[in-house]
Each structure stands twice: as C-alpha cells, then as structure tokens.
Write a new protein. Structure first.
Length: 295
C-alpha cells in the first residue's frame, strides 16, 4: 500500500518563510559580489563620481604586479602551514579524548570553546603572548637577544600568524575528528588491540583510513578559511609587516582599497581571490577526493 504524496500548496507562506534568508543572502553576498565585479572592470574614483569602463586593465595591473604575486605565494604557504598545524593538533587531541582518559569530558568542552573567540581577539591575545619584550618568549630573548621578534623578522611574523590561525581552527577540527573516531565501531579497534597492534599502529592502519572522508572535508574547509578569514588576525598582530612579509591576499585587498583608495584594483583582487579559492576547491574535489574511500 502506497501512501499519499504530501504537497505544500500555500506558496505565499513558503515565500514569506524564506524571504528573510533570501534578503540576507542578497544583501550581504550577491549585491557586494555584483558591485565588486562591476568595479573590477571600471575605474572607481576615490571620492565618488562616474565610473569609467576600462575592461581588463585592472586585472592586467594586478597580475603584472610583483608585490601581488608575492602575496599569493605568502597566502599559499600560510594556508598550507596553518591547515597542517591545526589538523595535526586537533587529531592528536581527538585521539586522546576518544580513548576516554581521565577527565576527558572536561577536555572535550575545553577544546571546543576557542572556536567561539573572534579572530581579532585571537590576534590580540597572540600579539601579547608572543611579544618579544613582555610575552613568555621575552625570557628566551634575555638569553638569546633578538632570537624572536615578529616586528622585525618576517619568518617570526609568519610563524605567529600561522599559530594564531591554527589555534582558532583546532576546536572546529577537533569536533569533526572526535565525531569521526566515535563513529568507528569499537569492535574493530578492540580486535586490532587483541592482535597486538599498538595505539600508533591502530591509528595509522585503521583509524586514519576510516577518517579519510573527514580529513578531506576538513582540508577543504581549513584551506578556504585560511584564504578568506585571516584578515582579523593579520590586522591585529602584524598589520601585513614587517616589509610585507605577512601581507596575504585578503589583507592586500584591504590595503589597496581602504588605505590606498584604489577601489577598482581592490575589487579586481577580490575577484582573483574568489577565483583562486574556487580553483583550489575544484582541484581538491577533482583529484584529492579520488583517494578518499567512503565506508
């Protein structure tokens, strides 16, 4: 016996229910994206006025700028280092909590709350914690003067923003890793343990392969987040310096647009950044996902 198909005939009510969400999406996504696309092909005066159509001139200027390609290289290195650090730490923490060590319930709560901290707050905290003259590394500088100084050394500044961004993403990754580990049947890990496999061997040969879908999902999310949501951390901690060593693509858009008043060039950079993120996502789904096996 087949049931009667349920239909929803009140289209006006359905429209009213989805109207607020559509309004928000249009106002904060489609409208700004459309304006950026229009500005990318025109010359926007700094203090308003009529736009002049220039075609691909803004993109040619962007792609011909050595400083912009430097920001692309820095952004890729930052995304890879931040993603690897955040996922490695989160996986280790999830492994310990999954084994239900003493106090694991409290740890499970403590490991999650950092994700609720806003990016500027994370940047401000790390700026003070890793300050060369007042942070805990000031003791190291007393023994080795000048060893750590993000205000002068580009490598130190990059390490600082990588650690700050990774710390903010560890909690997000931890939740998914823990959920993935808890979805693995205990009988599998118990059988491997009875066969003499160590905890490290079980993680490498059993748990990690079964976590492949979770790993793939988190790689996509973390890399995308590193490209588009790192502005707050960079602006508070390093301001793109020293000597543009941490001027990522998203921060260069801000520098050229709001500091340099070149809105058209900034709009073109935003379109390039959006295209790069889409390309990276396509490559990951096209090639990386082939190595993912869903149980």
């Amino acid at each position: 016996m087949t049931g009667k198909r349920v239909t929803f005939d009140n289209l006006w009510l359905a429209g009213l229910l989805i109207a607020p969400q559509l309004l928000l999406v249009f106002t904060f996504f489609y409208w700004p994206a459309g304006e950026a696309l229009y500005w990318a092909f025109t010359l926007e005066p700094p203090f308003g006025g009529g736009n002049q159509w220039v075609g691909w001139q803004n993109f040619e200027t962007v792609l011909g700028d050595k400083l912009y390609w430097s920001s692309v290289r820095i952004s890729v290195l930052f995304a890879l280092a931040s993603t690897a650090t955040a996922m490695a730490i989160a996986l280790i923490l999830a492994m310990f909590v999954d084994r239900q060590l003493p106090g694991y319930r409290a740890y499970r709560f403590m490991y999650f709350w950092p994700y609720a901290v806003a990016a500027p707050a994370v940047g401000l905290a790390f700026r003070f914690i890793f300050a060369p003259d007042a942070g805990f590394l000031s003791a190291v500088n007393q023994w080795f003067p000048g060893l750590w100084n993000p205000a002068r050394d580009g490598l130190d500044a990059m390490i600082l923003i990588v650690l700050a961004n990774a710390w903010s993403m560890v909690a997000y990754n931890f939740i998914f890793f823990l959920a993935g580990l808890q979805s693995i049947p205990r009988t599998l890990t118990e059988a491997a343990a009875m066969d003499g496999a160590s905890a490290l061997r079980r993680m490498r040969d059993l748990q990690l392969p079964l976590l492949a879908p979770t790993l793939f999902f988190l790689i996509v999310i973390n890399i995308t987040d590193s490209f588009v949501h790192s502005f707050g951390i960079i602006d508070i901690t390093t301001g793109g310096g020293p000597a543009r060593a941490t001027e990522l693509m998203v921060y260069k858009i801000y520098s050229d647009g709001f500091k340099g008043k070149d809105y058209s060039l900034a709009a073109a950079q935003s379109i390039v950044l959006m295209g790069l993120v889409m390309l990276l996502t396509f490559v990951q789904f096209r090639y990386v996902e082939r190595r993912v096996h869903y149980a």
